[in-house]
Design a protein around this ligand. Structure first.
Ligand code: ATP
Ligand code: MG
Length: 223
């Protein structure tokens, strides 16, 4: 379904080149749940951003459904992302002046989307699914860190995506809340969603179908 081949990416800032990815490959099957682990700075976020097409690689290619998306025009890439991809970032990026409910509805507000009663009902469903029923009217600043993280997950779920990219979705959560996010992800996988999750937590990583280890911009081997 999704395949990355020999991806390279080097960041240059203030004249210093950092090779973040030095030739990584990965295949994610339809409905598969893959986790990516590795030390801080090993390239996990960079790789996830390349996989979700938010970041263009320097070399290599990303294939989705057999098509080389690395060669897509920005418009075509946008359409694809809108239709099939859902992203939860390492930092949740909720808009502070919108309520939780409005943040969840954001994916419908961009592009040609329209927010009607069906979209609103779907947003309520997603808030309920992440355990935030009744909190939709609150601003992010009036929610706990874990609740904010769950709003970001609800936002990723609001559209019927095919593949979810999640960067440390349990990063700032206590054990109980982290556990509820993980069981949500495994439920979603059971419903047919493909998932690529970056995590520091070995026990969460093992809940995926497959664990990919990264070290110094390379895949260190599957476990
Ligand atoms: N925009 C950028 N400009 C310059 N260097 C960057 C940039 N983004 C990442 N890097 C560097 O690339 C390397 C990989 O970063 P990346 O964010 O992918 O790591 P990570 O595995 O996600 O780490 P963490 O677990 O801390 O989130 C690091 O050395 C980092 O400093
Ligand atoms: Mg990261």
């Amino acid at each position: 379904m999704l395949e990355a081949k020999d991806i390279t990416k080097t960041f240059t800032s203030e004249g210093v080149a950092t090779p973040a990815l030095r030739g990584v490959s990965l295949t994610v099957g339809a409905g598969e749940f893959v986790s990516i682990v590795g030390r801080s700075g090993s390239g996990k976020t960079t790789f996830l951003n390349v996989l979700s097409t938010l970041l263009a690689p320097d070399g290599g290619e990303v294939l989705y459904g057999g098509e080389n998306v690395t060669a897509f025009s920005p418009e075509r890439l946008n359409r694809l992302r809108n239709r099939d991809f859902a992203v939860v970032f390492q930092f949740h990026y909720l808009l502070p002046y919108l309520t939780a409910r409005e943040n969840v509805l954001l994916p419908f507000m961009t592009g040609l989307g329209r927010v009607g009663s069906r979209e609103r009902a779907r947003a309520e469903d997603c808030l309920e699914r992440v355990g935030l029923a009744g909190k939709g009217g609150k601003l992010p600043g009036h929610l706990s860190g874990g609740e904010q993280q769950r709003v970001a997950i609800a936002r990723a779920l609001v559209k019927d995506s095919k593949i979810l990219f999640a960067d440390e979705p349990t990063g700032n959560l206590d054990k109980t809340t982290g556990e509820s996010v993980m069981s949500l992800l495994t439920d979603l996988k059971r419903d047919g969603l493909s998932i690529v999750m970056v995590t520091h937590d070995e026990s969460y990583a093992r809940r995926a179908d497959r664990v990919v280890r990264m070290a110094d911009g390379l895949v260190a081997g599957d476990a």
